[in-house]
Ligand binder design. Structure first.
Ligand code: FO1
Length: 311
């Protein structure tokens, strides 16, 4: 079965690992968010692509949910001591990857090509494609001003409420090579349990990707990033409350309006008999346990998602 997953880092990467464990080599293509990318200390960092790469290869720090396990911070300490930018924490092992990627980009290699080379180095059984090779950057508008994504997320600890999200460059961006082909060949599409505005939104802001999903003839299944109406990590719950008006499955479904056939939600979010769906009654709700606390839980959720995708 050929599956395309749209994903950010964190929970999205974990579900992707569960799907990769279940599917045959070559059956899974992950389209990763690049709206979080930044240039820091002269290095190009792609946090979500790297979380996917590190999670799928077993190199991720499972507690922090980003960067490498067994990391050391000598470079960062030296940068700080020399008065350089150390607000965005790049570990020594992580820096190695950024050096290789940045050099390739400067030599004119596309982000998709260097991502494929890196995935090849760790022997991944699935493809990771950036949504686009073009420059696409998320900015958030808050009561304190408008910020580049990482300036708000890491620099300000994503404490400011978000009024609006902008995807700078999306209008001119084309899908990276392979993205449209993967979508056209897919037997199903999955939106990972990633933030609808910050992770899935930037991917769908590439209009050719959105159009391909709108015109698909196969099922599209989203997995809610919420458990008990709150994000497992990050600001998705607060953003849905403020920007969509609530955090029930209805509001999550609404954030993927006209794009999904089914929404997988956690048991703790299952609507009661008295809850009448108002916004998206045509979307099938699949209720299961969505918390991925270990590899077994990732695989169990992947099985539920695959069943919903094949229904
Ligand atoms: N997240 C933080 O909260 N603080 C950091 O200093 C930080 C550094 C960092 C470096 C490389 C990388 O791949 C990810 C990093 N992250 C950091 C995570 C990242 O900013 C976010 O988790 C994602 O962009 C949101 O999906």
């Amino acid at each position: 079965m050929k599956l395309v997953v749209l994903s950010g880092g964190g929970g999205g990467a974990r579900l992707t690992r569960g799907l990769a464990d279940t599917l045959e080599p070559g059956e899974l293509t992950v389209v990763g968010n690049v709206g979080d990318d930044l240039e820091v200390l002269g290095l190009h960092v792609s946090p979500d692509l790297d979380s996917l790469l590190y999670t799928l290869s077993g190199l991720i720090d499972e507690d922090r949910r980003w960067g490498r396990a067994g990391e050391t911070w000598n470079v960062l300490e030296s940068v700080g001591a020399w008065g350089g930018e150390d607000w965005f924490r790049l570990g020594d092992l992580d820096v190695g990857l950024h050096l290789v990627r940045t050099q390739a980009l400067r030599e004119g290699v596309a982000l998709s090509e260097i991502t494929a080379r890196l995935a090849g180095r760790v022997g991944l059984r699935c493809s990771i494609l950036p949504a686009t090779d073009d420059r696409l950057r998320t900015r958030v508008a808050t009561p304190a001003g408008t910020f580049a994504f990482q300036e708000w997320y890491v620099g300000r600890g994503h404490r400011d409420e978000v009024d609006a999200v902008e995807y700078v460059g999306a209008r001119e961006a084309s899908p990276a090579p392979g993205v449209l082909h993967a979508l056209q060949a897919a037997d199903a599409v999955v939106f990972a349990p990633s933030n609808p505005y910050l992770s899935i939104g930037p991917i769908l802001a590439v209009s050719a990707i959105r159009r391909a999903i709108e015109r698909r003839s196969v099922r599209c299944v989203a997995v809610s990033p919420l458990v008990g109406g709150q994000a497992v990590s990050g600001p998705a719950g607060r953003m849905l409350s403020r920007m969509a008006g609530g955090t029930t499955p209805d509001f999550v479904a609404q954030s993927h309006k006209d794009l999904i056939d089914a929404l997988v939600i956690d048991r703790s979010d299952a609507p009661g008999a008295a809850d009448v769906p108002v916004t998206a009654p045509e979307i099938e709700l699949v209720v299961t346990s969505t918390l991925m606390h270990d590899r077994g839980a990732e695989r169990r959720l992947a099985d539920v998602v695959l069943e919903a995708a094949c229904a």
